[in-house]
Design a protein around this ligand. Structure first.
Ligand code: ADP
Ligand code: MG
Length: 302
């Protein structure tokens, strides 16, 4: 096992943040820790990374206990905290040099060049961190987490607050750098887990309420999006099926409701509107049906 969390409880004052949690993660797994705000995600991550002691229970990282040699664990883990605390006044390169120094990295200059390359910070390396966009600041945070080539990456809400372009870039960067590592990332957005993880651990009010492979959650259809459309009259299913990007169409019973399936990467809604205009029928309503994971998450964390 890479990480074993055993009976972890954390009580802050009178507030129980984690309630006897256990979890095992095998090397190379990319696990999404999913839960609403206040669920206990950050607390669990701080305990695994030895920044916070638990009230009771144990965690081992590649056999090392958090109650033993903290330094040994910190060496194995790259950690991107939720607020990504960075020195605003430092230059990107200077900051990475500083972090490399803390880790006593050999061949420091070579490693910094590698990290700048991996994280795509080439054009920003001479800028002050305070002058960077949120997306680039997250890259610096990831660079910081990766610099000592840890076996484990722990990323606390790595994509929160990013715009859609930055989001896509950071997601693919995490997917890329996570290929050779064990990764735990937290998020309160289910699509994040579907996009980056093979396994979803859903946590609510300090308890694990589900722990499943993405494939178990939704068969092979993780990527299928269903649009539910109501027209003001009947229309041939075959014609809807012929629209570009549409994989399948089912007609609902009774009303003129159609379930139009497409894969996640193509948005067929504009085509459906255009189809209605061309066919001289009207769209009375159109909505996206939730994915299985989303549904499960809402039910479990209600
Ligand atoms: P998440 O990261 O899932 O949003 P947290 O782990 O930050 O959740 O918080 C879990 C619970 O513990 C919340 O109810 C939060 O208010 C509480 N909590 C977190 N940190 C502290 C703290 N330092 N002192 C007191 N309560 C805390
Ligand atoms: Mg948090």
């Amino acid at each position: 096992m890479s990480i074993v969390v055993k009976d972890i409880t954390k009580i802050y004052g009178t507030q129980k943040a984690l309630d006897n949690i256990s979890l095992e993660i095998i090397p190379g797994e990319v696990v999404g820790l999913l839960g609403p705000n206040g669920a206990g995600k950050s607390t669990l991550m701080k305990i695994i990374t030895c920044y916070l002691p638990p009230t009771s229970g144990d965690v081992t990282v590649y056999g090392e206990s958090i109650h033993g040699d903290n330094l040994a664990i910190k060496k194995m883990i790259g950690y991107l905290p939720e607020q990504n605390p960075l020195y605003q006044e430092m230059y990107v390169r200077e900051y990475l040099e500083f972090i490399a120094g803390l880790h006593h990295i050999e061949n420091r200059q070579k490693r910094i060049v590698e990290i700048i390359d991996i994280t795509g910070l080439g054009n920003e390396r001479h800028k002050k961190i305070g002058a960077l966009s949120k997306g680039y600041r997250q890259r610096v945070g990831l660079g910081q987490a990766l610099i000592h080539d840890p076996k484990v990456l722990i990323l606390d809400e790595p994509t929160s607050g990013l715009d859609p372009n930055q989001l896509a870039e950071i997601r693919s960067l995490i997917t890329e750098v996570g290929k050779q590592k064990t990764v735990i990332l937290s998020t309160h957005i289910m699509q994040e887990v579907e996009a980056m993880c093979k396994r979803a651990v859903i946590i609510n009010k300090g308890n694990i309420v589900a722990d499943k492979h993405i494939s178990e959650l939704s068969g092979s259809d993780v990527n299928t999006i269903t649009i539910v459309v109501e027209f003001n009259g009947e229309t041939p299913v075959g014609k809807l099926k012929a629209l570009k990007g549409v994989n399948n169409v089912r007609k609902g019973e009774g009303e003129n409701i159609y379930f139009i399936e497409s894969s996640g990467d193509s948005d067929v809604r504009p085509l459906i509107f255009r189809y209605a205009v061309d066919e001289n029928i009207e769209v009375l309503s159109m909505k996206k049906e939730e994915g299985k994971l989303e549904e499960l998450f809402r039910n479990l964390t209600k």
